[in-house]
Write a protein that binds this ligand. Structure first.
Ligand SMILES: C[S@@+](CC[C@H](N)C(=O)[O-])C[C@H]1O[C@@H](n2cnc3c(N)ncnc32)[C@H](O)[C@@H]1O
Length: 176
């Protein structure tokens, strides 16, 4: 199991309560949930959502998958204990709107758990990431290599705890 896969497992295996996973893709994290009471997932891509749905059916924990975007979450205010995002904030259309929606649906004690790749810390690498991103994002489903996701979280008033870093990958927990 490579490091990123290990992080994915660590990301979700200890989470309890009601969970919302955004941009679930084909459901790669779903088999690793162990303690959640229920997992709701959203995904804008229909064929990925269908694959996630098939995976969800094989999991012991109640899970459901809806077609939706993070910027417009089809969930009530303060209805979710934990939100999970793995490798999604590089490609969401509007990080700020997505974070406001996540804040809206989280209970006041709720936690946002993320594994994301972010803009490199080293200035030359950050410049290279920005130079490549206009081309890369076109072939990689709007994936940006230069998103300053930690700064965006802090700008929006989240308290960010960095749990692990591996190159441009970070695993974090964020609370309001
Ligand atoms: C690199 S994939 C990661 C999939 C999955 N989270 C994983 O870890 O395997 C990025 C996912 O984000 C989804 N995505 C893109 N824009 C989104 C948005 N605005 N809201 C929610 N999900 C989005 C894509 O459809 C895709 O499934």
């Amino acid at each position: 199991m490579n490091d990123v896969l290990r992080w994915r497992k660590r990301l979700v295996s200890e989470i309890d309560g009601v969970v919302l996973e955004i941009g679930v893709g084909s459901g790669a994290n779903l088999p690793y949930y162990r303690r959640a009471a229920a997992v709701f997932a959203i995904e804008p891509n229909q064929s990925s959502a269908q694959r996630a749905h098939s995976t969800a059916l094989r999991c012991a924990i109640p899970m459901s998958v809806k077609i939706a975007v993070a910027e417009e979450l089809p969930f009530a205010d303060a209805s979710i204990d934990h939100v999970v995002s793995s490798l999604v904030f590089c490609s969401v259309g509007d990080q700020y709107r997505a974070l406001r929606e996540i804040r809206r649906v989280l209970r006041p004690s709720g936690v946002l758990h993320m594994v994301e790749h972010i803009r490199p810390q080293e200035p030359l690498l950050a410049a290279a990431a920005s130079a490549i991103t206009p081309y890369w994002s076109r072939i990689a489903h709007n994936c940006h290599l230069d998103r300053p996701t930690l700064e965006v979280l802090r700008n929006e008033g989240w308290h960010v705890r960095v749990l692990q870093r591996l190159g441009v990958f970070v695993r974090i927990e964020a609370r309001m």
